[in-house]
Design a protein around this ligand. Structure first.
Ligand code: NAP
Length: 299
């Protein structure tokens, strides 16, 4: 329960809805000019339930903003060569502006080889090494969806980042590592002093207690406890976990990496789970697709 009225909840749902509205308005404007809509495609391999849900929400969000969306479904038995030729087709279809390969892929497929095969111009997930390199150098590129969404959350919540000590907990390629890079750059909504922590970090709580902004992507429910943060900290909770809850009709609830009930009262701002980072990740993908579209139609 949130018992401190000075704590502000970072409303990812509301911010995501605002951005979607802006994207939809731009699509309408382009339609009025007689242009085709942006087109986002997704590749779904196999029958993994979570992957199917993620792809369905990306498709729904695309349709909501007026994009064309298509899903290319393949059985889990698809070979690496077959998947590479599917990617080749998408790379060369001029009517498709951007596409994503929903991860994880079946074990017999080399994920790095697949990611490298995506044309950097259509890599709206921002995972291709060319785009990762551009991000590190601060060039214009497709920023990886979750950190991009977090940066927009901070910006639209008017949270000052310049000169702040930002501690990022977790160093995955899709969240922690790009987040640390993006916030340390000499750029607006960045300019933080960043510490990146991981499972081999010693005296973790001593470091997290120094954070003005704490970004938690550790993948463990309730990991960050009240004694690990200082008063007034800004917390962005990236984690998503389903935990048993006998009081809920469904028998479970969704929680984050932060022990929200005991930590929130110490924060100046905190993003809840659900309704914080999650909605922003999809919106970032839409923003990247719009960017890919503009570059594609104006080339
Ligand atoms: P991940 O690949 O599992 O990475 C977890 C990171 O946490 C690793 O760097 C790991 O360190 C570190 N870690 C693990 N235990 C630790 C400990 N005891 N102390 C310090 N560091 C520790 O996770 P991810 O893909 O970044 O995802 C993190 C969470 O965010 C998950 O719950 C995931 O479901 C969620 N997520 C949400 C969204 C969204 O849109 N909301 C998007 C992506 C992910 P090592 O590198 O040393 O192993």
């Amino acid at each position: 329960m949130l018992d401190n009225k000075n704590v502000k909840l970072i409303d990812g749902k509301k911010i995501a809805a605002e951005i979607k509205k802006e994207i939809a308005a731009e699509v309408k404007r382009m339609e009025a000019e007689g242009k085709r809509c942006p087109h986002l495609a997704a590749v779904l391999v196999g029958e993994d339930g979570a992957s199917k849900t993620y792809v369905a929400s990306k498709e729904k969000a695309s349709n909501e903003v007026g994009f064309t969306s298509s899903v290319y479904r393949y059985p889990a038995t698809i070979t690496e060569e077959e998947l590479l030729s599917a990617i080749d087709f998408l790379n060369n279809d001029n009517e498709i502006d951007g596409f994503i390969i929903q991860l994880p892929l079946p074990k017999h497929i080399n994920e790095s080889r697949i990611i490298e095969a995506i044309s950097p111009k259509k890599d709206v997930d921002g995972f291709n090494p060319v785009n990762v390199g551009k991000m590190i150098l601060g060039f214009s590129t497709f920023l990886p969806a979750t950190p991009f969404g977090i940066q927009m959350l901070l910006e639209r919540s008017n949270i000052e980042t310049e000169g702040k000590h930002c501690v990022v907990l977790g160093r995955s390629n899709i969240v922690g590592t790009p987040m640390a890079n993006m916030l340390s750059r000499n750029a607006s909504n960045a300019n933080c002093t960043v510490t990146l922590c991981h499972s081999k970090t010693k005296n973790l709580a001593e470091i997290t207690r120094q954070a003005d902004i704490l970004i938690v992507a550790v993948g463990k429910p309730y990991f960050v406890k009240a004694d690990m943060v200082k008063e007034g900290v800004v917390i962005i909770d990236v984690g998503i976990h389903r935990v048993d809850d006998s009081t809920s009709e469904k028998g479970y609830k969704i929680v984050g990496d932060v022990d929200f009930d005991n930590v929130a009262s110490k924060c100046s701002y905190i993003s809840p789970v659900p309704g914080g980072v999650g909605p922003m990740t999809i919106v970032s993908l839409l923003s990247n697709t719009l960017k890919a579209y503009r570059e594609n139609v104006n080339k």
